[in-house]
Design a protein around this ligand. Structure first.
Ligand code: PEP
Ligand code: MN
Length: 342
């Protein structure tokens, strides 16, 4: 259910409606828009008695939301949400006219490797740095990440280079630490339906980058995001990272049609990860260009200074010179769409 307020409804009127909703045992989510505020109602298992709400001052109408997702839906908020990430180098935004780029290695391996990549991606123009301190690996014998010492290396990268930090949390324990050290909490493809982790991320004050599960449908992807918003965290960036198909020339099939499909239904920004999306270094540049051309709000790219010796995902990691080229070409394509890189 959605309560649509009048364009000039006062703050007190919005507050009174929220209080009435809460007194009925539901949760109220006031979502200010450029023209008017809408209030989403969650926590209801059946129909909400709208009679008393519709009569309240400042209310235009109550609309039942038929889609399974509510807060992520454009029904609740027509204009795009802009997720703002403050960094020492300035704010990076996702969802506005500017395109955000996150770059860095798959995993934090050593401070030397991390600093080398950070210096290079910063020079090429990136302002957000990625790298996993916790790695969800298919094999328990593969490198699992450095854990908290890896997060400390990332914090040192922020101090030295001014880059904002995006890193993955794989469970509640790592999320407690990631939210202390990072600027954005990444929830990986393998955890897209880890509902208790999604709820925990929803209670965080840090923005969340949510990756599409490798076999998730559009509705499942949006419902996963809904879990985060329903807990009160509206700063969610969706990430298309490819799904599993029968194609075997790539690791995954990057589903760029997800971009307009999400944009039709949701106000949340969507970025593309062409590295996991293809699994092959030589496909990262063309698919980055295509993602921006298709309307992506940002890119997440794996870059390594010595990919042949990387402890994870070396095959899909590009080298700094290739990343610099990518930034130039993507910026040119963004320009055609009257956008530019953040
Ligand atoms: C990653 O970003 O390094 C990662 C593990 O991605 P995904 O969850 O998309 O596999
Ligand atoms: Mn990776």
């Amino acid at each position: 259910m959605l309560v649509v307020m009048k364009a000039h409804a006062t703050e007190e009127q919005v507050r009174a409606v929220c209080e009435r909703i809460e007194s009925l045992g539901f949760k109220a989510h006031p979502i200010p828009g450029s023209i008017r505020t809408a209030i989403g109602i969650t926590g209801n298992t059946g129909a909400v008695d709208i009679g008393s709400l519709e009569a309240m001052s400042g209310v235009v109408e109550c609309i039942p939301v038929s889609k399974p997702y509510k807060l992520v839906s454009r029904d609740v908020k027509q204009e795009n949400s802009i997720v703002r990430i403050p960094t020492p180098l300035g704010e990076v935004t996702f969802g506005g006219p500017a395109i955000g780029v996150v770059a860095g290695p798959c995993a934090i391996e050593t401070s030397e490797q991390t600093f080398a990549v950070a210096e290079a991606v910063k020079k090429a123009g990136a302002r957000l740095f990625r790298g996993g301190a916790y790695k969800p690996r298919t094999s328990p014998y593969s490198f699992q990440g450095l854990g908290e010492p890896g997060l400390k290396i990332l914090a040192a990268v922020r101090d030295k280079f001014g880059l904002g930090i995006v890193t993955e949390a794989i469970d509640h324990e790592s999320l407690d630490l990631v939210e202390k050290y990072a600027d954005v909490i990444q929830i990986g493809a393998r955890n897209m339906q880890n509902f208790s982790l999604l709820k925990r991320a929803g209670r965080s004050k840090k923005p969340v980058l949510l990756k599409r599960g490798m076999s998730a449908t559009l509705d499942e992807f949006l419902m996963a995001a809904e879990y985060i918003l329903a807990e009160g965290n509206y700063n969610v960036i969706l990430c298309e990272r490819g799904v599993r198909t029968f194609s075997d020339h790539t690791r995954n099939t990057l589903d760029l049609s997800m971009i307009p499909a999400v944009q039709l239904r949701s106000h949340l920004p969507i970025v593309v990860d062409p590295s996991h999306g293809t699994g092959r270094r030589n496909k990262v540049l063309p698919l980055s260009r295509a993602a921006v051309a298709a309307g992506a709000d940002g890119l997440l790219v794996e870059v390594h200074n010595d990919p042949d010796r990387a402890l994870s995902d070396g095959m899909q990691s590009i080298v700094p010179a290739e990343f610099a080229q990518l930034m130039v070409e993507v910026n040119q394509i963004a320009g055609v769409l009257n956008r530019s890189l953040n």
